[in-house]
Design a protein around this ligand. Structure first.
Ligand SMILES: NC(=O)CC[C@H](N)C(=O)O
Length: 369
C-alpha cells in the first residue's frame, strides 16, 4: 500500500483476512540519513483498499495501529464485507478495470457512465510523486550512485545504502547527461502509471545510455524507460503481473544470475516492453515471464561497449522472495570494477540456454492491441 507504483489504484486483496498484524510505525525518518524502517514511502499510495474481512483486533509486537485507523489517518477509503472472490474472478476475466467505491444501497440509481470514473492512467503520476529537489542519502558511501526517482520504493534506497553506496536522488526528468561525470553508476527506479508519459525522460537519457560505459540498472518503470530509450515499444497488458510468486526465466548469465534458471519474483506492473524480433541492435532479452512470456528484463549486449540492464520485477521485493536481491551487489560490483579496476563477477555465457529456443517453446505471448 505504500509502494508509490500503486498510486491511483484500488487494491483488492485476495487473502480474505487482512489487518491481523496491524500496521507498524515507521519510526526512522525519511530524510538525508534514513529511509524509514519498514514502509515503502511516507504515506499510503493506493487510492483505496477492498478487503473481505478486516481485522479490527490486531496483534503484532511492531504494530502501532489498526489497518482501518491507518487508512483513516491518511484519508484512504476502504471497504470490507464484500465478496472479494467475485471481484477477483471478474478482474481475471476482463483484466484490470476502472472502478469506484460508492456509499449507499439505492440500487435504483443509474449505473455510472464510463466518463464518471477517474482514469489514473491518463495522468503523469510520476511527476506527482517524484522528488522535486535532488537529495543525498549516506553521503559518506564510497560509490556515488545517482538515482532517477520515478516513484522509488524505500527498499531500493535501503538495498543500495546497505551495500555502502552514497545515493543522490534526482527528479525523474533531471538532465543526467550534464552531471554524469560525478557518478559511478546510474539507477532508474520503479514508478506508477503509463511509462509513455515519461517518454521525454527516456529520450533525454539516450546520450548516456548510448555513450556512457558506467553501469546503469533499472527496475520496473526504470526498465521500461531503458527499453523505450533503446527503441522498444511499451504496451498496456490486459492482465498486469502482481504478487510475490511470479516466475521468471533468465536467458543470459550476469553476475549472480545464471541463464536457464527460474527465479521467483515480486511484481507490480500493468505495462511491459513489447517483444520484437530482431531486438534493437546492441540489446538482448535478459529474462522472460514463465506464465505469459512477457519480457522481464533486457540488457546491453557484451559487444555494445555499454553496461546497461533492467528488470521488470522487483529484486528488492518488500514484500516477496529475495531470489534476485544480489542484483544490487552485482550492480555495485560493476560500479566498483569500473571505478577501481577490480574484477566483478563476470557474465558466464557458456551456461546460457538457446534464447530463441526458449522464446519459441514458451507459452503464447500477449501482444497489445
Ligand atoms: N512497479 C512499477 O514500476 C510499475 C511500472 C509501471 N507503472 C507499470 O505499471 O507497468
Amino acid at each position: 500500500m505504500t509502494d508509490p507504483s500503486y498510486r491511483g489504484q484500488i487494491l483488492v486483496f485476495t487473502t480474505p483476512l487482512i489487518g491481523n498484524y496491524g500496521v507498524p510505525s515507521n519510526t526512522a525518518p525519511f530524510d538525508a540519513h534514513d529511509v524509514g524502517v519498514v514502509l515503502e514511502s511516507q504515506g499510503i499510495q493506493c487510492a483505496a483498499v477492498v478487503v473481505s474481512d478486516v481485522a479490527e483486533r490486531f496483534s503484532h509486537y511492531t504494530a502501532a495501529e489498526s489497518l482501518a485507523s491507518w487508512c483513516q489517518r491518511h484519508d484512504i477509503p476502504g471497504i470490507t464485507g464484500v465478496d472479494t472472490r467475485a471481484i477477483t474472478r471478474l478482474l481475471r476475466d476482463q483484466g484490470t478495470t476502472l472502478g469506484r467505491i460508492t456509499v449507499g444501497s439505492d440500487t435504483s440509481l443509474p449505473a455510472p457512465k464510463a466518463d464518471e470514473f477517474w482514469d489514473p492512467s491518463l495522468e503523469n503520476l510520476v511527476d506527482q510523486i517524484s522528488t522535486k529537489e535532488p537529495y543525498e542519502i549516506n553521503p559518506s558511501g564510497s560509490l556515488k550512485i545517482a538515482l532517477l526517482d520515478f516513484g522509488a520504493k524505500a527498499n531500493i534506497l535501503r538495498s543500495l545504502i546497505r551495500r555502502g553506496a552514497a545515493v543522490t536522488v534526482l527528479p525523474w526528468n533531471y538532465d543526467f547527461n550534464a552531471v554524469r561525470d560525478q557518478y559511478d553508476g546510474l539507477f532508474l527506479s520503479n514508478g506508477p502509471g503509463d511509462p509513455t508519459h515519461c517518454m521525454e525522460a527516456a529520450l533525454k537519457l539516450r546520450p548516456t545510455l548510448e555513450e556512457w560505459s558506467k553501469p546503469v540498472f533499472g527496475i520496473c518503470m526504470g526498465h521500461q524507460i531503458i527499453g523505450m530509450a533503446a527503441g522498444l515499444d511499451a504496451y498496456r497488458m490486459t492482465f498486469g503481473n502482481r504478487g510475490h510468486n511470479q516466475p521468471v526465466l533468465a536467458l543470459a548469465s550476469s553476475g549472480s544470475i545464471k541463464a536457464g534458471r527460474v527465479y521467483v519474483t515480486s511484481q507490480n506492473h500493468q505495462y511491459a516492453l513489447k517483444l520484437q524480433d530482431p531486438f534493437p541492435r546492441g540489446w538482448e532479452p535478459f529474462f522472460i515471464n514463465c506464465n505469459d512470456s512477457s519480457i522481464e528484463g533486457i540488457k546491453s549486449t557484451a559487444d555494445s561497449g555499454r553496461n546497461v540492464w533492467g528488470v521488470q520485477f522487483h529484486p528488492e521485493s518488500a514484500g516477496g522472495p529475495l531470489d534476485t536481491i544480489e542484483m544490487f551487489s552485482d550492480f555495485l560490483a560493476e560500479c566498483a570494477a569500473h571505478k577501481y579496476g577490480t574484477v566483478p563477477l563476470k557474465t558466464d555465457e557458456t551456461q546460457g540456454v538457446s534464447k530463441m529456443q526458449t522464446l519459441e517453446s514458451a507459452p503464447k505471448i500477449e501482444v497489445a492491441a
